[in-house]
Write a protein of this length. Sequence first.
Length: 396
Amino acid sequence: MLKKTLVFSLAIVWLLVGACTIASAAQNVGNTSQKGSVLIFPKIDTTTDDNNARDTIIQLSNDYPRGVMVKCYWVDSDQTIQDFMFLVTITQPVWFRASDGLGTASYNLNDASTNPMTVPPFFSNSVGELKCWAVNFEGTSQINWNHLYGTATVLDYRNLTAYQYNSVNFTARGFAALGQEVGTGGDIVLSGANLAYDACPQYLIFNFFSFAPTKEVAIDGEGQTVKFNKTDLTLVPCKQDLRQDRIPTCTKAKFDIWNENETKYTGAYQCFKCWFEGYLNEIGTILDPNSGRATGFGGEKFTFSGLHTLMGRMRATGVSSTVCANIFKTPNTVYGPGADKCKSQVTSPLLGITSTQIFFTGKSELTAATGVGAGSGEVSHILWDPQGLPPEAPAK
């Protein structure tokens, strides 16, 4: 896990989501501008060290005059999971903190009874994601309930910074009535097809400022100068196995980059297992702690000296690749050498966010978020373990 100091004079967040690929067709790609039955929050952060003291606030709302059960999974950077289920009542908004799972109503550190929302906390001093979806009251199957939406707010109490982004929401398509089961319980199909959920984007696109620590630019029209520092990227695979006997998702993000002169750069990539976070300019220097191997290549293409313009555009596509084999290994033990966790590579659509450090002299810090379109990707599956019903007494 990368430990970073995020001292933002201006924090800018781009939420990378899909839009419909054909203007005349119905929108069928998960995005931030609609309500949905499945919600994905790509970045949850509870990192606490000498430089940071972070927490993440989750807000989730039900925009319908009927209650619904919501199933959620905390997922950390190594695909360790913690699942929970709770009721969202009639048109109710709820919130809870990742650090301790408490929230909703008044928050009193000395009296937990003032917090009617009590869910398991996210993993201490860790990073990862949150996935939530509507389920029936028995918890045996996912259901269509296209009235959920949410936001995540990442706070840093030590550096006094914050940024917020909207959840990526997936609608269940083609159902005649609310609350019907969607497919087979335990298999969330993100395909964009009828009687399934919206698809994930085919690729992610976003603009970024190249890493230029010595460049100051007059950009606000008032003669003030700003300095663009590092851009942090978070990626989540759409294909994911959250079952108890799960297989980690291993894929490669392939980057295509354009500068302001329309010059195209290729060859940069980042291998990752389950979840990735890292500065764009440091891609290629990030090592797996167990194998000692570099997990990516081409970070210099995101710097001013490599890109030769202040701004760039990047496209990230999740692909299967042999260059990512034998990188992510378990530690060696007295019983033998560690095993390769990523022998099985997959092509997976991606979701993600970026945040950029911008130092703005004399100005208070600000946050902003926006979405971009990126086509429709291949069918993805989120696998989970439905709970069973209690058995009835046998007949006499």
